[in-house]
Ligand binder design. Structure first.
Ligand code: TRP
Length: 328
């Protein structure tokens, strides 16, 4: 089958992935493999911009790789690799930085947010983050980058940087990537308020045991106006119901939609049903993950092989880039 072009995406190694990562990104990564030639990168160098993620970089990379593989990333056809295994990206980052006006970097909302978030560690890497991200993307002549709304300014930045580079060096060596907006299923955490995230500890890990998963689901906040079992609830504002719509069979969703509103079903029962359906849904994932986990050398071999294949592409592109720049 001929594919539509190349997709590239990167994610920082945040360790074990949660339902929010799965529904918001990983599931989409897996699906895109059917239509595109895909390159998926664990961006360990980007992770170095924040101190709290650097201590457990190896472990976090390994755990994330397990989750990606278990969720259906197919390393035979897809290039799945670790960013630092392809040092050419650092070289390209340096060249791209020469066509990047400083003001553009300091103006980016993502940079401003980072310095608000970690005023004690405003390092150069944070400022250069979008330049390195551009290097990631263009190093593989990427056509399409699947992104959530927060990354849109970065893709726009990448496109402008490619235009500047190609113009300055009178070349077509770099390709302007297109953003592919993923219909983001914004998944709320168990608090029912904030987006699911590990740092807020409101997440449900994909790799959690069925018992742990059930425990987390039981902690989920439902309609706050429903205090007593006999109070009617409002599924429209209940995060448990939102998840039922994703993980439960339609007839059960319909039943809850009716019964919750007339207090025919209680929150505890409703959550137990969700926990059961979620556990059923994750069963094949967990089995696959456990298998990979028991063979860490195989996982390492997959990442090494991905790195080699990525590097082969990168070296060709870098030869073109150096030629265009007339580097001696
Ligand atoms: N900036 C992305 C994030 O924070 C991660 C990333 C790095 C990325 N390089 C990329 C995403 C290239 C897409 C393409 O989530």
């Amino acid at each position: 089958m001929t594919k539509k072009g190349r997709v590239f995406s990167g994610a920082r190694p945040t360790g074990r992935q949660h339902l929010g990562n799965y529904l918001g990104a990983i599931q989409n990564y897996a699906e895109l493999q059917n239509e595109y030639d895909c390159v998926y990168c664990i961006v360990d160098v980007h992770a170095l911009t924040t101190v709290e993620t650097t201590q457990e970089l190896r472990q976090n990379t390994f755990e994330m790789a397990l989750d990606w593989l278990a969720a259906g990333i197919r390393p035979e056809e897809t290039i799945m690799f670790v960013q630092s295994h392809v040092p050419e990206v650092m070289e390209l980052h340096a060249y791209l930085s020469m066509v990047t006006p400083l003001g553009k970097l300091t103006d980016l909302p993502t940079f401003k947010e980072k310095i608000r978030h970690q005023p004690e560690n405003v390092n150069y890497g944070l400022l250069g983050y979008p330049v390195l991200m551009t290097a990631d993307i263009v190093l593989y002549k990427t056509d399409v980058v699947p992104v959530g709304i927060d990354q849109v300014p970065h893709i726009e930045f990448a496109r402008e940087t490619v235009r500047s580079f190609n113009y300055r060096f009178q070349t077509q060596a770099l390709i302007e990537p297109q953003a592919k907006h993923t219909e983001i299923k914004k998944v709320l955490g168990i608090d029912g308020k904030e987006k699911m995230s590990k740092s807020l500890n409101n997440h449900i890990e994909l790799a959690a045991s069925p018992a742990e998963t059930t425990k987390r689901v039981r902690e989920m906040v439902t309609d706050p106006a429903r205090v007593k079992r006999t109070d009617p609830g409002n599924p429209d504002i209940c995060n448990v119901f939102t998840m039922h719509k994703i993980f439960s069979p339609q007839d059960e969703v319909d039943m809850i939609n009716v019964e919750c509103r007339r207090a025919g079903i209680g929150c505890v029962d409703c959550k137990m049903r969700l926990a059961n359906n979620l556990n059923k849904h994750l069963e094949p994932f967990r089995a696959k993950r456990a298998e990979f986990e028991s063979k860490p050398d195989d996982v390492q071999a997959i990442l090494d092989d991905g790195g080699k294949r990525a590097r082969a592409v990168a070296q060709e592109v870098m030869a073109e880039v150096r030629e265009a720049m007339k580097l001696p």
